[in-house]
Design a protein around this ligand. Structure first.
Ligand code: COA
Length: 834
């Protein structure tokens, strides 16, 4: 059946063409919609075509689109999703293809349709209306266990048992051709013969049978399945990879969504759904946990049960053959029961999509992620300083920071932070008060607070006066407020109420050491009640174990997270305060400068057609100049006479650098001379360096204006395989890799992010002007970062870039890109993996 569609909107973004089309009548339920958008572009045709089934209540399976531009064929993979009732949203990610053709298409489409900014972030506002719920997975009315077994030792038995014994009220169908009944439940030979539609299939048959089982589920009308079975891509064999591709293709064709394979399963404690082969059911709570490690899920659940942590959802993501971490994040963002989303990730499938989604979701709910498995493989292969100092860990750190994800370094920290977010308010700021009955632990807490950048504010005069009138003289009224060892509940109450009211305080940690006279449970009750009556976050560290009695349980009943040691409480508060600060910071769009893009493209195209893979000197400087960088005046000299003439034109003193395309590190062969003040020095330097460079393709030497004063910094970019262009800023010059004083961000960056890159390095205080030295031109450094960001977003053929040094002159005098190197690649966009 063919529907007429009208095109609603087309946006051309850096990585995608975004097309929104509207069906002429509302899309309800599951209907077929074919769309063909044909763009006749100045005699060339670019066709975007897709066919897919739409279901307004569900996420939409990705579709494959072909984009033809002149003779270049770019096969792209795109996701089509429901934007709102009656419309379809296509996102076509550019994967590979001739850059020029891509640019041409982009240019022409832009000419025809409304222009759009070069930023994927533009898609964000459109995406908010999409229905991302994975209802069939978490709220199914019927579940089939394919591979259910009578054998108690088998996974299929455990999964069925878990679905039957934790109060799940939906229908459960064991499927096994050999059994009539399992665990007292009627068994079916296949999903085909059940007679009613199954919402969710849980597959626990050996890998080779999985395709048949999926066929049966599709025939049944089932559109969601969890594949616990292992033996796919993860085993590394070709067969495993092929099998996984095959089941994904089958599912996509039928618009079925797959969770897994090779996973532990899923849990929704709120409706008793436990589709895993674990032993227990975690308690109900507001923490969602999504994990790329199934084994970790098992361990975490066991531990959480022991310490009384409850969950809203638990998702073992497995191989993520179809649904990925972004889909789960989106679903959990919409989940009412989830207040905080925890993730254990080893990698992400589509870095850019991950960033977009995380940033949007983090504005509504905190995301706390632990990233395991940083690799230095990419760094080892790098040809630039920037590349060698980058690496996936840095990229993830930058990505987390930019998108508001709270990072955790251990599982313990993950849950420490989660407890704060799940049960307490986000603080308005970083000002922490500590109320304690123990001096030592309070000192430890204060040290931790200071180390982590929190503020321990002075209490207002009014608070201090109030407390002085009511507390014994030994009580310390500075923050931490030390009520000393014999503090009873009343003393805690009077002090705590007042401290929490203090306008200088954004949140409070109550520390308690169970001394002989301490009324532990009474204090727990007090802290709980206080927490419920304030809009500031309250955390506690009731220390010890045996003497705590029911204190832990009481605090839990009042939703006050209790930490066994004060530093852990402080750390959780720090994470909450950081998140709060991120939430409060505006996110301005990256600034766009007037640049000579065409000129830069010409230089790159020429270099690529000459077969060059590295650009430095003249070409590099030309590209930078086209993007508004100030570069030193430079003249190429082929003879010592020309060198002297060049020096006279530029003005002494000058710098001389060997000009040879095949010399990567000029300094190493004595190919750089600075501070040449006379014609004789210039002549000798020329003769010396050209004789040292024998055997290289020497063109002569570049005579260059000598930039005096200023600080040597480095500005660079390397391509991260997950997130694309990763910017670096740091202390430059010859110590760049020794001191590694650097900061990283994923491009594009806005002004705030650029400024933060500068503030983050240890040498920032030097740039500000230490010990009577003039402050450096930080504004121009910010601008340089922004210009570089624009350059690398525009010129995808640049895969690595170093500006080293970028000499930052005193305030008001600018910054000069003195040396630069670029690695360029044809047919290879510097972009995130898909
Ligand atoms: N439909 C329904 N049932 C089927 C079937 C089909 N097409 N094909 C086989 N079965 C039945 C089997 O007859 C068996 O039932 P039985 O005990 O009554 O004989 C049951 O399904 C299971 O099959 P079996 O061959 O006994 O496999 P198994 O239980 O030893 O292993 C898996 C199956 C899925 C558990 C195993 O292949 C596997 O992948 N294990 C690893 C799981 C894992 O670690 N996942 C990742 C966690 S993080």
């Amino acid at each position: 059946m063919g529907y007429h569609t009208i095109q609603r909107e087309t946006r051309i973004c850096e990585d995608a063409v975004l097309v929104t089309v509207r069906a002429e009548f509302p899309i309800r339920g599951s209907v077929e919609l074919s769309t063909l958008a044909l763009f006749l572009v100045h005699g060339h045709s670019a066709a975007l075509a897709c066919t897919c089934v739409r279901n307004i209540h569900d996420t939409i399976p990705p579709v494959t689109l072909s984009v033809r531009v002149e003779n270049a064929i770019t096969v792209s993979y795109g996701a089509a999703e429901v934007a709102e009732q009656g419309s379809v949203y296509l996102r076509v990610a550019w994967l590979r293809g001739l850059e020029i053709a891509r640019n041409e298409l982009t240019r022409r489409l832009r000419h025809i349709y409304s222009p759009c900014q070069h930023k994927l972030g533009n898609t964000v506002e459109k995406q908010t209306t999409r229905n991302k719920s994975l209802r069939a997975f978490f709220e199914p009315e019927s579940v089939a266990v394919i591979g259910a077994s009578q054998d108690e030792e088998k996974v299929g038995h455990s999964v069925l048992r878990n679905l039957l014994r934790f109060g799940f009220e939906g229908r459960v169908y064991p499927i096994n051709p050999k059994a009539g009944e399992i665990l007292g439940t009627k068994c079916y030979p296949s999903a085909r013969v059940i007679g009613s539609r199954i919402d969710l299939g849980v597959i626990v048959v050996p890998a080779r049978f999985v395709p048949v089982v999926i066929e049966d589920l599709i025939a049944n009308g089932c559109r969601a399945c969890v594949i616990i079975t292992a033996g796919f891509k993860e085993i590394g064999s070709r067969e495993g990879v092929e099998l996984e591709k095959r089941i994904v293709a089958m599912a996509r064709e039928a618009h079925m969504r797959i969770l897994g394979p090779n996973c532990f399963g899923i849990i929704n404690p709120h409706n008793g759904l436990n589709a895993t082969f674990g032993r227990d059911m975690p308690g109900k709570g507001h923490i969602a946990f999504m994990s790329q490690s199934g084994a970790l899920c098992v361990a975490v659940l066991d531990w959480a049960l022991g310490v009384g942590i409850g969950f809203s959802k638990v998702i073992s993501m497995g191989n993520e053959a179809d649904l990925t971490e972004v889909d789960y994040m989106e679903a959990l963002a919409q989940d009412e029961k989830t207040r905080v989303i925890l993730g254990y990730i080893e990698g992400v499938k589509d870095g850019r999509r991950f960033l977009e989604a995380a940033e949007r979701i983090a504005r509504e709910k905190p995301l706390v992620f632990i990233k395991a498995g940083g690799t230095s493989a990419g760094a080892r292969a790098a040809a630039s300083h920037t590349g060698s100092m980058a690496g996936s860990e840095k990229a993830f750190k930058a990505a987390f920071r930019q998108s508001g994800i709270v990072p955790a370094r251990s599982i313990e920290e993950l849950f420490d932070i989660a407890a704060g977010f799940a049960y307490q308010q986000v603080p308005r700021g970083p000002r922490l008060a500590i109320v304690t009955n123990a001096g030592g632990p309070a000192i430890m807490a204060s040290d931790a607070a200071e180390r982590l950048g929190l503020i321990l504010p002075n209490l207002t005069k009014e608070t201090v006066q109030y407390l002085r009138e009511r507390m014994p003289p030994e009580v310390s009224l500075n923050n931490p407020v030390d009520l000393i060892g014999d503090a009873d509940v009343e003393r805690y109450r009077v002090a705590s109420e007042k401290v929490l009211e203090d306008p200088n305080v954004d949140g409070c940690i109550f520390i308690l050491s169970p001394q002989a006279t301490t009324e532990v449970e009474g204090n727990a009750e007090l802290v709980g009640t206080l927490a419920e009556s304030t809009d500031k976050p309250v955390l506690s560290s009731f220390m010890g174990r045996v003497r705590l009695g029911r204190a832990n349980a009481i605090l839990q009943e009042h939703s006050v997270p209790n930490y066994s040691y004060p530093e852990r409480a402080v750390n959780a508060f720090r994470a909450m305060a950081d998140y709060s600060s991120w939430l409060r910071s505006p996110k301005p769009e990256p600034r766009s400068f007037e640049v000579d893009r065409r000129r830069a493209e010409e230089v790159l195209t020429k270099a690529l057609s000459d077969g060059r893979r590295e650009l430095a000197d003249t070409d590099g400087r030309e590209i930078l100049a086209a993007y508004g960088f100030r570069t030193p005046e430079t003249l190429l000299a082929r003879t010592s006479k020309e060198a002297i003439a060049a020096a006279e034109t530029i003005g002494y003193p000058v710098v001389m650098k060997i000009a040879a395309r095949d010399i990567l590190h000029k300094t190493d062969i004595g190919g750089v001379a600075v501070g040449l003040r006379t014609p004789e020095e210039v002549r000798l330097a020329f003769l010396d360096m050209t004789s040292r460079a024998q055997g290289y393709l020497v063109e002569g030497a570049n005579v260059q204006e000598m930039i005096r004063g200023g600080r040597e910094m480095i500005l660079g970019m390397s391509c991260d395989s997950t997130f694309g262009p990763l910017l670096l800023f740091g202390l430059g010059g010859i110590y760049v890799e020794t001191l590694k004083d650097t900061s990283f961000r994923i491009a594009p960056v806005n002004e705030d992010e650029a400024r933060n890159m500068i503030r983050e390095i240890r040498a920032y205080s030097i740039l500000q002007g230490a010990r009577g030295e003039p402050p450096s031109d930080i504004d121009m450094t910010v601008e340089s970062i922004l210009r570089l960001s624009q350059l690398v977003m525009d010129m995808s053929a640049i895969t690595e870039l170093d500006i080293n040094p970028l000499i930052v002159l005193p305030q008001g005098q600018g910054a000069v890109a003195v040396d630069c190197r670029m690695v360029i690649k044809e047919d290879e966009r510097c972009r995130a993996s898909t």
